[in-house]
Design a binder for this molecule. Structure first.
Ligand code: GTP
Length: 320
């Protein structure tokens, strides 16, 4: 799994917390991605870089169901270089995942299709209206990918089916990645795989890449609506409506909270304040009478009494 990016679009929060540890619908983004893995996965390899030590410490303290190994890049190697750098000991085939994708996908079914067609890889695809930020696939017979363009202008996009950031590849893919330098998997490697049999697997359920504040909050709504939120319940003594995820020590007595809110560990919403469609990270505080909508409040940040905050991202310890 790739987890080495800087998360620039979620700054200033990502100056102190790596994107994948931001809690949405009650648990860090990374753990929602881990939840997708079939139970017979042998090991999870995290290709880390930015804030690798923070990720490693968190995973050690909150061990997932599978053994986890981290392989850290001294310098960012990009999506292909990161894979190459972490490739020793990978199984054949191996799942290749972005760590910021929130999706409804049956990875066991993706693996079955991969074995059935016998090609080099199977890339899950999701249909979107605006393809500009993504890699777009041209599909041939039996959903074989016959063309792939990264971030095309709309007039040259071959379809609306984009790389969903979840795939399975045979190990021989690794031979196509140059070692020891940054490599974009999508730009430099995927085009060369088409002749070796790269197939699409169309997703039909929800999908979101949680890389921007708006999409992170959308991902949180999708997770709650899919019943993947938790731990749940309205905080004791609060008003408002769920779904709300509440981490240890969070409180909102006399406040109105929800829908679609995560209150991180020790977060506090004071009486007469209102919070909806937002994430409050650990120790964030919304003071009396303040209103917070569509926002991501970093660790120990504070919204002052009576203030209104809408569509904002507050970094660690920031005040609004
Ligand atoms: P932005 O800076 O906001 O674009 O976020 P990002 O750095 O996470 O980039 P992007 O969302 O395009 O990355 C997609 C996936 O690849 C994420 O899971 C990233 O963590 C990961 N990733 C991006 N660049 C690298 C890298 O150089 N090395 C590794 N190991 N992973 C990377």
């Amino acid at each position: 799994m790739l987890i080495g990016g800087f998360g620039t679009r979620l700054r200033p929060v990502t100056y102190s917390v790596p994107k994948q540890l931001i809690p949405i619908a009650g648990q860090p983004m990374l753990y929602h991605v881990l939840d997708l893995l079939p139970s017979d996965v042998e090991e999870v390899v995290l290709a880390t870089g930015y804030k690798a030590d923070v990720i490693e410490a968190y995973v050690r303290a909150h061990p997932p169901r599978w053994p986890v190994r981290t392989v850290t890049e001294a310098e960012p190697l990009g999506t292909g270089g990161g894979l190459k750098n972490a490739s020793e000991g990978l199984s054949d085939p191996f799942f290749f995942l972005n760590s910021d994708v929130i999706a409804s996908v049956d990875l066991a079914a993706v693996a079955r299709r991969h074995f059935a067609h016998g090609g080099i890889g199977t890339m899950t695809l999701t249909e979107v209206e605006d393809t500009r930020p993504y890699g777009v696939a041209a599909l041939g017979e039996n959903d074989r990918i016959v063309g792939f363009v990264e971030k095309p202008e709309p007039e040259v996009a071959p379809s609306h089916w984009i790389n969903a950031g979840i795939a399975i590849y045979g190990r021989s893919v690794l031979d196509a990645i140059p070692a020891g330098r940054p490599v974009s998997f999508e730009r430099e490697v995927v085009p060369g795989l088409l002749a070796r049999g790269l197939f699409g697997f169309r997703l039909s359920g929800y999908w979101d890449d949680a890389g921007t504040p708006e999409r992170l909050l959308r991902a949180q709504r999708l997770l709650f609506d899919a019943g993947r939120g938790g731990p749940g319940g309205l905080p004791a003594g609060s008003l408002g409506q769920g779904p709300v995820a509440l981490l240890a020590g969070a409180s909102a007595r006399g406040a109105s909270v929800g829908p679609y809110v995560t209150l991180g560990a020790g977060a506090v919403v004071e009486p007469d304040a209102h919070v909806e469609n937002s994430v409050l990270m650990d120790g964030a505080r919304v003071e009396r009478g303040a209103i917070v909508t569509g926002s991501l409040l970093g660790p120990r940040s504070r919204v002052r009494a009576g203030h209104r905050v809408s569509g904002q991202v507050l970094g660690e310890n920031a005040e609004a």
